[in-house]
Design a protein around this ligand. Structure first.
Ligand SMILES: C[S@@+](CC[C@H](N)C(=O)[O-])C[C@H]1O[C@@H](n2cnc3c(N)ncnc32)[C@H](O)[C@@H]1O
Length: 564
């Protein structure tokens, strides 16, 4: 057996595996990448982090099939994990020169010195997040990127440095094929990375694979296919594609894909691959609506912030009964703890869906008597170490300080886009639900129009476009994304408002008809395009386990756990 476990499926992820980002490539994918990179010609191949050596092994196989005389002498690679020595030893026993396989940190190797430049670089860089990197590993990574003239943000994961450094090991005219985490389409340092690749290669294609190739890595996979390596050049065409599985990928590699659509300034911050998913005409409609005089962005009219960070929701979030039993009702406020409580443009007590909770807001000078029920309750929490938690470090730990009662709420993580809910319950929220505070007090009409817009087809499409995919098909609306959401300065009738204020679906109908249709002049066909776009974007998050998305929407503790 030449391969370590290439199935990667199921099971717990060991600490070592996480620390080294060791998610070995399934052999069929290794074969597809090597085949594309060799492009039917005999040439040398490097895998910057060979792991179980799947890629180098299929390279030797394919070079043999292509008629290479000494295929084992054409493969090169490195790996930092001592545990991979046995797989390297196996290749050496088959004829690969020992010096071709370096047991080293790839980011410390100099191209053309420690390893040669090769026709193809094929790999699956380690998926290790920045906070897991040791200081020395980070220093080497930053130096390697700097040598290529690239400065990635301090939060860049190890794979990003690998991409930059690996490109330097490709011979002029050669190809690079890498399996990358889906983050390459979303992270803030992606533009720097991708711009660099465009300079270094004549053609760059990113293919998002819907099937989970590495189920335990918690990330989807994007295949990077870069061809025509060069020292530096005019930025090339970057192309995007989406495939379901390996069969689709193989088909795609056999034919050229369509050019990327034109970027629109109103869509700044939206990934190109999402733009590509939009149905025909949608970009024009969005451009028209987002550039309209009546359209503003939520961030322009409101300050949006994270909900209250208690550090221990289990202690601070009480049921009504608990509040009464502890005799602290006077020192509590209603609190929204679930995005699923936001079911329409107004959150009122009845709108909590039976999940209304109360947040313990004791003042710092509260005369806490340890003999009372409340005193014993807090003492019990201390016995569990709650007061020593990072987010509970305040004096005294049980006094949250100022707790905001915002003008409105906005979902943070959700299964399907939800709009703004005006705060009709004088409630606060935990950090699972964003808080919205108007910059300048709007008129009643304005406030209603803003809230209702966010439930429209336009609001849904924009939430999908600006939001991020999170594990389990969840849509995550970070603060920066929330600020981009459009709000319309129009008005809806009192009757329409009454029918939809507690019902998100009705609000969508009202918003589409009254605001987008009558207000902005969109036709029924235009609205259909927006609806289709929302459905397509939402479906692009599917194909993963839905349990987490549903759990968050339905209000299980998972929502909180995911944020912990
Ligand atoms: C995702 S696995 C890929 C292995 C193999 N290329 C494949 O496709 O199956 C990543 C590999 O990177 C290795 N690795 C992690 N950090 C490294 C570094 N700084 N230099 C070289 N290899 C490294 C890990 O030991 C692991 O074998």
């Amino acid at each position: 057996v030449l391969l370590k476990d290439t199935t990667t499926g199921g099971g717990a992820v060991s600490e070592d595996k996480r620390a080294l980002g060791s998610y070995y490539s399934p052999e069929p994918y290794a074969r597809a990448l090597v085949q594309w990179a060799l492009n039917g010609r005999i040439g040398s191949v490097t895998d910057p982090s060979y792991g179980g050596c799947a890629i180098l092994r299929v390279a030797i196989e394919q070079l043999t099939e292509l008629g290479a005389e000494r295929p084992t002498e054409l493969v090169f690679g490195s790996d930092v994990d001592d545990g991979t020595a046995q797989w390297a030893a196996h290749l050496i026993s088959k004829g690969v020169p020992r010096e071709h396989l370096r047991s080293a940190d790839f980011l410390s190797l100099t191209p053309g010195v420690d390893l040669p430049l090769t026709r193809a670089v094929v790999g699956n860089p380690p998926y290790v997040r920045h906070h897991r990197l040791t200081a020395s590993a980070r220093t080497r990574a930053v130096a390697a990127a700097a040598a290529a003239g690239v400065a990635l943000s301090g939060r860049a994961s190890l794979w990003a440095y690998f991409v930059v450094h690996a490109a330097r090991f490709v011979q002029p005219g050669g190809r690079m094929a890498l399996l990358l985490p889906g983050a390459v389409m979303q992270v803030d340092y992606a533009p720097v990375l991708l711009d660099h690749l465009e300079e270094r290669f004549e053609d760059v294609l990113l293919v998002r694979v819907r099937e989970r190739i590495f189920p335990d890595a918690g990330e989807e996979t994007v295949v990077l296919l870069a061809s025509g390596a060069r020292a530096v050049g005019k930025p090339s065409r970057r192309r995007y594609a989406d495939v379901n599985d390996l069969a689709d990928l193989l088909q795609l590699l056999a034919r050229p894909t369509a050019p990327a659509p034109r970027a629109e300034p109103v869509m700044d911050g939206v990934s190109d691959w999402k733009r590509r998913l939009l149905p025909p005409g949608c970009l024009d409609i969005l451009t028209k609506v987002l550039a309209a005089a009546e359209t503003r962005r939520l961030g322009d009219v409101a300050r949006i912030s994270l909900g209250t960070v208690t550090g221990a929701n289990a202690t601070f979030v009480l049921t009504d009964d608990q509040a009464d039993r502890l005799a602290v009702r006077a020192h509590t406020v209603p609190v929204v703890t679930r995005s699923a409580s936001l079911t329409g443009p107004v959150l009122c007590h009845a709108g909590f869906n039976g999940w209304q909770r109360r947040l313990l807001t004791l003042p710092a000078d509260f005369p806490l008597d340890r003999r009372t029920r409340l005193g014993r309750y807090l003492t019990a929490a201390e016995a569990e170490g709650v007061h020593e938690r990072h987010h509970c470090r305040r004096e005294p730990w049980w006094a949250l300080g100022e707790v905001a009662v915002p003008d409105a709420f906005l979902a943070y993580m959700m299964a399907a886009p939800r709009g703004i809910a005006l705060n009709g319950a004088s409630a606060s929220s935990t950090n699972t639900v964003h808080q919205v505070q108007w910059r300048v007090r709007p008129s009643v009409e304005q406030e209603r129009s803003w809230a209702v817009t966010s439930w429209s087809s336009l609001g849904q499409v924009c939430a999908e476009l600006y939001g991020r995919h999170y594990g389990g098909g969840v849509l995550k609306l970070e603060l920066a994304a929330a600020r981009q959401l459009p709000v319309l300065d129009l008005a809806i009738s009192e009757t329409a408002w009454r029918t939809c204020q507690r019902d998100g679906d009705r609000a969508q109908q009202v918003a589409d008809a009254a605001l987008l249709g009558m207000g902005l002049g969109l036709t029924v066909a235009d609205l259909q395009v927006l609806n289709d776009a929302a459905a397509t974007l939402s479906a692009s998050r599917a194909g993963r386990p839905r349990e987490m998305a549903t759990a968050i929407a339905e209000g299980s503790e998972w929502g909180d756990a995911a944020l912990a």
